[in-house]
Design a binder for this molecule. Structure first.
Ligand code: MG
Length: 259
């Protein structure tokens, strides 16, 4: 009796579905087009995929200029690495970018000295909006056993978001950032429409999860936005006296604007 009742109930349920003319099937929720583009991945973790713009592949600074005068970037290339020249100042990409995915590797020298913000300080400006340090800074610092304010340690979005974890490696070891940058958008009147967002992995560890920025990075006071379009990516020559840090394997993939 029980079995017969179950069978009748199942039949009733089926007839309700068909009576409405909308019997749902698994394939109704399958999406087949458009197909994501096929991109040949790099051969090892961090290697540039086929559609990336290589900003520094170990050979030269042809993709970079000095921020202050747009002349040649005066940093040092040696043995496949790019080392900060603090006297030469910040450098930035010749190209401008909107939304993107970026990979960059950096190394604090093994013999680093100093403490707090004066120990291996540099920075990745996710969009450079002018001279000097104008833009949105993802902090680079030796944060391996080097306390400082948490919204200024390595992998912080400087003075806005502390990282979710401290994934810092020891000085002398190469480290990586992988960044998804969603640039802010502005209306024709210059008013902010959507704020910037950044997702960051530090040595493969999620440290910023779609963090929303309140404006450009400022050292003193509250951040605020000013309208801008596509922008260069900038690296910081911080004026602290500690030994200069190095970079390698920098590449970027432009992304379609977020929906
Ligand atoms: Mg910095």
């Amino acid at each position: 009796m029980k079995t017969r009742f179950a069978a009748l109930a199942a039949l009733a349920a089926l007839s309700v579905g068909t009576a409405c003319g909308a019997q749902l099937l698994p394939k109704d929720t399958e999406v087949w087009t458009p197909q994501p583009p096929i991109v040949a991945a790099g051969g090892e973790a961090g290697a540039a995929p086929a559609d990336a713009v290589v900003l520094f592949g170990g050979q030269d600074l042809s993709e970079w200029v000095a921020t202050k005068d747009k002349g040649p970037a005066g940093w040092t290339v040696d043995a496949g690495a790019l080392t900060v020249n603090k006297a030469a100042g910040n450098i930035e990409t010749k190209r401008s970018f909107g939304d993107y995915q970026l990979h960059i590797e950096w190394r604090i020298p093994a013999d680093i000295t100093g403490e707090g913000q004066a120990r291996g300080n540099s920075g990745l400006f996710l969009a450079s909006t002018g001279g000097g340090d104008a833009g949105y800074e993802l902090q680079i610092l030796d944060s391996y056993q080097n306390p400082t304010y948490v919204n200024g340690q390595a992998a912080s979005l400087y003075k806005q978001h502390a990282p979710l974890a401290n994934a810092s490696r020891k000085p002398g070891e190469w480290q990586s950032y992988d960044v998804i940058w969603r640039a802010p958008t502005f209306g024709a009147d210059g008013a902010l429409v959507t704020p910037a967002r950044a997702t960051v992995l530090h040595n493969g560890v999620l440290v910023q999860d779609g963090a929303v920025l309140a404006g450009e990075t400022v050292f003193i006071g509250k951040p605020k936005y000013k309208a801008h379009g596509k922008s260069p990516i900038k690296l910081q020559a911080h004026r602290d006296p500690s030994e200069p840090i190095s970079f390698r394997n920098i590449w970027v993939r432009e992304l379609a604007p977020a929906q």
